[in-house]
Design a protein. Structure first.
Length: 305
């Protein structure tokens, strides 16, 4: 595949300097840094079955990069889509995205999703132009780790109860059945019964009980990230949360706060549906919440298989 004198091909180690050069200042206007320069070597090392990174080869330059990852037998995730500013406006991102689609379909995927920050208007337009359609939106809740947090309602590590609530909850409906993947960071895939059982075994699930199960969540991972001062900060991440009312939400977030403290986490992030109900409930419980939502889009790959 190619766009004029620009060709799509798998990434090579020698592309690193060019990729780092045009991605280093991606989020400079937002006060942040792009993660791609830090993960490029890992991307190269792990490409193969279930993962492939593509670049736009412009001869002596690299015009863009994007990675596809297989999350399940039929779900793929596209991430790290970046176009070199010197090549924007030429439509080259279409070839890059379609290369990921074709690769994912060849791996058996029927859908490819991506995530775009809600403030990234250019990224949203680019995603729509390449064949992604709107699927859902979410926000992050950030309960402070607290060893003394004490839920008013019983909260158990019961994946079967958590699954029972999830199956017909408004949270599942709004999130299109998606939650954070347990293997690929910053990726969403379908929450399954097996995933909740795996979370209960390897991490933690939460089922809030009040004359039946009334809320759920699951922990996906612990990780470290550098803070604004350059010091490592330990985070506890929770893949999706849903609840029936604000009092259940209080107990759920108290249980998460206690769990995070028990894991020696300094920060948390909990994926919640971006609805007036869920966001206002979190605000009502006086739990910190992110300023803006994130959008998830999906491309149907069935005709490419």
């Amino acid at each position: 595949m190619s766009g004029g004198d620009i060709e799509v091909r798998p990434v090579r180690p020698e592309d690193k300097e060019a990729v780092v050069d045009f991605t280093s200042e991606t989020w400079a206007d937002r006060g942040g840094s792009d993660y791609i320069p830090h993960v490029f070597d890992d991307w190269i090392a792990n490409d193969g079955d279930g993962q492939m990174t593509f670049v736009l080869d412009a001869g002596r330059d690299v015009a863009g990069i994007c990675q596809g990852v297989l999350l399940s037998e039929d779900e793929a995730w596209a991430q790290g889509m970046r176009v070199n500013p010197d090549y924007r406006g030429r439509g080259v991102s279409l070839d890059l995205s379609h290369a990921v689609f074709d690769w994912a379909a060849g791996e058996g995927a029927t859908v490819c999703r991506n995530m775009v920050f809600s403030w990234n208007i250019a990224g949203l337009g680019q995603s729509r132009a390449t064949g992604f359609a709107p699927e859902t939106e979410f926000r992050w809740a950030h309960p402070d780790p607290d060893p003394n947090a004490d839920p008013n309602l019983p909260v158990t590590n019961d994946p079967t109860a958590a699954w029972r609530f999830w199956t017909d909850s408004p949270a599942r409906e709004h999130l299109a059945g998606l939650g954070l993947d347990m293997d690929e960071s910053w990726a969403l895939s379908e929450v399954t019964r097996d995933r909740l059982h795996r979370a209960a075994d390897e991490q933690r699930t939460f089922a809030v009980h009040d004359e039946g199960v009334r809320g759920m969540a699951y922990r996906t991972r612990m990780y470290e990230r550098l803070n604004e001062d350059g010091d490592p900060t330990t985070w506890a991440e929770y893949g999706a949360a849903g609840w029936s009312d604000v009092e259940v939400a209080r107990s759920l977030f108290a249980a998460i706060a206690a769990d995070a403290a028990a894991c020696d986490a300094e920060k948390t992030r909990v994926l919640i549906p971006e609805t007036v109900w869920h966001v206002s409930d979190v605000a009502y419980t006086r739990t910190d919440i992110s300023d803006e939502p994130d959008f998830v889009l999906a491309a149907d790959l069935t005709d490419r298989r």
